[in-house]
Design a protein around this ligand. Structure first.
Ligand code: CTP
Ligand code: CA
Length: 218
């Protein structure tokens, strides 16, 4: 697809993208989740593939079609997402867009019954896939995380970038109707400063980010 190409090509580059929520089961019929639709991550995978990258898209439970030319691996839980990411390495770049559940529980084998009283959920931390990826020997050369924030968006994203040891953080203002919607307000936080972006369609956020990635990797 040459029509869409802007800036450098990403051919011969492998990019890992995570997208969507994770679901953490509580019992056979219930789970912990979040409002991520997967739209932003899928749009990024599509934009990278349009530029010629080989893209592995590790997707949580979403109802979206696989973008053309993208290799998709479907997962449910954060621990499955971590394993799928490690299996996809090595990669030149990783864009971790997924809204990974921060906790899981040991699920009950049978459906919990309300007659037994409200169950206490014993929440245990999930692996931080992005932080673990940053610490690996086979860390991608360009490692990009998202930071979903509802307040002090850029300041929290800057702290998150340093704490997680990643190159760029896409600071995502998720107050309002971002989750599930078609547009997004993001800022690109790098070590040398922050680029403020206006509110854009998610597909346009994806194209701009692909531009920035291609400028580094091409
Ligand atoms: N992330 C991840 N694995 C997790 C949690 C988050 O890979 N278990 C990644 C997300 O995909 C995102 C980045 O880390 O790229 C930041 O996610 P976010 O939820 O904003 O940050 P947390 O570090 O989980 O902190 P908090 O939710 O407390 O703000
Ligand atoms: Ca989190």
């Amino acid at each position: 697809n040459f029509g869409r190409q802007r800036g450098g090509s990403l051919s011969a580059r492998h990019v890992l993208v995570t997208a969507g929520p994770t679901h953490e089961p509580i019992d056979p019929v219930r789970y912990i989740a979040n409002r991520s639709s997967g739209k932003q991550g899928f749009a990024i995978a599509a934009a990278l593939a349009e530029r010629g990258a080989r893209v592995t898209l590790v997707a949580g439970p979403v109802t979206l079609p696989t973008p053309p030319g993208v290799t998709r691996v479907d997962v449910t839980t954060a621990r499955e997402m971590a394993a799928a990411c490690w299996a996809a390495l090595p990669a030149d770049c990783a864009v971790m867009v997924a809204a990974v559940a921060d906790w899981h529980v040991a699920p009950a084998e049978q459906k919990l019954k309300k007659g037994a009283g409200a169950p206490a959920l014993d929440l245990r931390p999930n692996p931080d896939i992005l932080a673990e990826l940053a610490a690996r020997a086979d860390r991608p050369r360009l490692l990009i995380g998202f930071a979903a924030e509802t307040e002090q968006v850029v300041a929290q994203a800057e702290a998150k970038r340093a704490r997680k040891g990643v190159d760029w953080i896409v600071a995502n203002d998720v107050s309002g109707d971002v989750m599930g919607g078609d547009s997004n307000t993001v800022h690109l936080v790098r070590a040398d400063g922050t680029e403020q972006w206006e509110r854009l369609a998610k597909v346009e956020v994806a194209r701009r980010l692909a531009d920035r990635i291609a400028a580094v990797l091409a």
